[in-house]
Design a protein around this ligand. Sequence first.
Ligand code: ZN
Length: 378
Amino acid sequence: MISYDDIRQLQQYPSDLDSLVLSLYVNINQSNAANLNRGFETAVSNLFRRMAENHNSENNEKNRFLAECENVLGFLKDYTPKGASVVIFSDSTRGFFWHRDLQVELATEGRFSSRPWLRPLLEVLEGHDRLGVVLIDKHRAKILTLDATGIEQLSEIESDVPNKHATTGSDHIMSQGQMERDHAKHIKWHAKRVADELASIVDRSKLSRIVICGPVEATTMFTGELSKQLQHKIVGTISIPLDASPDRLMSELRAVQERAELEDENRLVEAMITSAHKGDRAVLGISETLSAIQQGRIHCLVVARNYHAEGKECDSCHVLVSDGLERCSFCGGKLEAAPDLINRASHRVIEQAGKVQIVSGAAAEKLAEAGIGAILRF
Ligand SMILES: [Zn+2]
């Protein structure tokens, strides 16, 4: 589990002129043939070799890089793959080593820089909002959360629900009708109890999405016990027995989550296009988006998954532009080619504490003409 405290700690990593952190994302997914037989270690060694070749800097920095690589390779040698990716930050001159397993597949990539390289991690966490999951039947319940690092159980509840029918040999103090009413009352009481527990967990863990799982009768009764506010957070209901296998539960949850994310992306793009046409705190197209970055106005950069653009960066004031000028129109500096314009633009937005949302599916089609746009702070 990656907490917000973890991220804050990484974001506030004390960087000075002397600090150098090796950041590494490794695809370890064992369903990729290339990763079997510890193939992911080979992929990392190859990556480090390529990074070392690009390192034409002074010797001391290169030596530190090589030492850091060795440190990380030593860790990977004894590492048992537990998910789809692993993320590592290492700065042994400060005794700093941080790693987490991720259930989300990422490309094997690295950086050696003064701060931890967080963008892939942030993108994963933003794309996989923590999901609250309630598993409930007539007398049992579990409350879990699911995020990019996997599933975590937060609470387990078992309520005492008396039988609907008298068992042989028991004292028939209550009539059959009374017993059925008593049974129904306890089930409702159980649902209410779980609803209260969920309300406090949602509040504490700041969950924005909930999925309810269980037999239909129990999930219907439970949903009825939730406040309107919690009902609005429900993104799906899954009909599944409580003792279903974790694999089945996980795949059904992922399907619900994916659908909810696509719907969110779609809404985001629609809102952005509408606002941009009204000229109300949104822009569309590369050149307007770059000028909004220049002005530090971007709240959320929205990019269609396959969108690509080339442009230039001023070697003096570092403004990013998409036109074919030779000289910067802001400072007169020289403009250098920026073939990875969108990547650079994304970095700028994150540095300005904005968000980057990559959209796919129907949302990407809606954005196809502009390819890129942004929702602005002001
Ligand atoms: Zn300039």
